[in-house]
Design a protein around this ligand. Sequence first.
Ligand code: GDD
Ligand code: MN
Length: 372
Amino acid sequence: MPKVCVIIPTYNEAGTIGELLDRLESLGLELQVVVVDDGSDDGTIEIVEEASRRYGNIILVERGVKLGLGSALRDGLRKGVELGAELLVTMDADLSHDPLELPKLVDEGTPHRIVLGSRYVEGGCIVGWGLYRRLVSWGANFLARLLTGVPSRDSTTGFRCYGAEVVKAVLPHVRGIGYEFQVEVLSVAQRMGFEIVEVPITFMDRRMGRSKLGFGEMWRFLRILLRIFFESGEMGRALKFIAVGLSGLLVNEAVIWLLTEVAGLYYLISGVISAEVSIVNNFIWNNYWTFSDRGGGGLLARFVRFNLARVFGMALGLLLLKLFTDLLGLHYLVSNVFAILIVFIFNYLLSFFWVWRRPLGDSRGIHIARRG
Ligand code: GDD
Ligand code: MN
């Protein structure tokens, strides 16, 4: 059994922290527990101190003021490594994460791996969240996948098992102090070549106290995602996609001219052929350059999907042109500019999430464990 340290950030969790500590102790595992508190004034501290006296393996780190979830996790992880832990489990204090699922995460843990307790892989679920929280979480994970290139389904989960080597290597490069910390850690870990694995968990909404996730947190989350977009190379990917699109335009023009002027074809026939030639051009460049690190099915399957994506894009473009012009009363040239921009984004999304839907094998150290 590796040395395991459990890190629990708390900010006013008196309603649940005592029960959580009791439940962790009753697992019968040899655990070290570190609670990182940010100046709770509801009795949390007293409850933790009392449990610490009773069990003897609980350390309370008191920071006195609210410095943020990410910052608390960072301090806790550092402390755990200092104490010689090989695996470091983080979990929320509000009983949203079930201690009974801790062994499942620890079982998958290795020094060079992050195990995510995932709500969004097969077997995972959320109990008690309304539509609003589900949408926020879905949006956050969608943007995280698109802008950071981290393929995990649940990049924002707080229930995790970090290998000590990952913590040592990654923490110095992570700046986030709030909820954005969760995604930033994964992005840095992925770039350093560490493995990220997901196991399903059941997330239960808190029944006591209130969530600390406010608009300020969401705004900071978005800002950090954009920074990661620049730093991770995902912006480079988007720029490549634009360059390829422009090359396709040139190819299209050149071929339609050649076929019509030199080969003497009727220009509409030339147009059909040149359109498909430009699709082939774009596919090759995207496959071997823009998305060279991603795949999804065989080459032919990707090519068919890429063609379909183009058809959907054209249909959407025409629909938008009609809507903007007739319903909004815009000049058709103006409508067309908006339609082209939206279709471009649509094409990129389809390429990213559908045509080249996943990273190539385990070559970048990612795999998803599907375990019940
Ligand atoms: N020390 C400290 N300082 N702890 C904090 C702070 C802080 O500034 N902010 C929040 N916490 C603690 C809470 O006391 C709780 O134990 C845990 O962090 C999670 O906070 P919640 O307020 O319960 O967050 P949530 O339930 O809305 O968010 C959950 O889902 C998010 C993704 O959907 C958490 O699991 C997040 O980690 C996760 O990103
Ligand atoms: Mn919570």
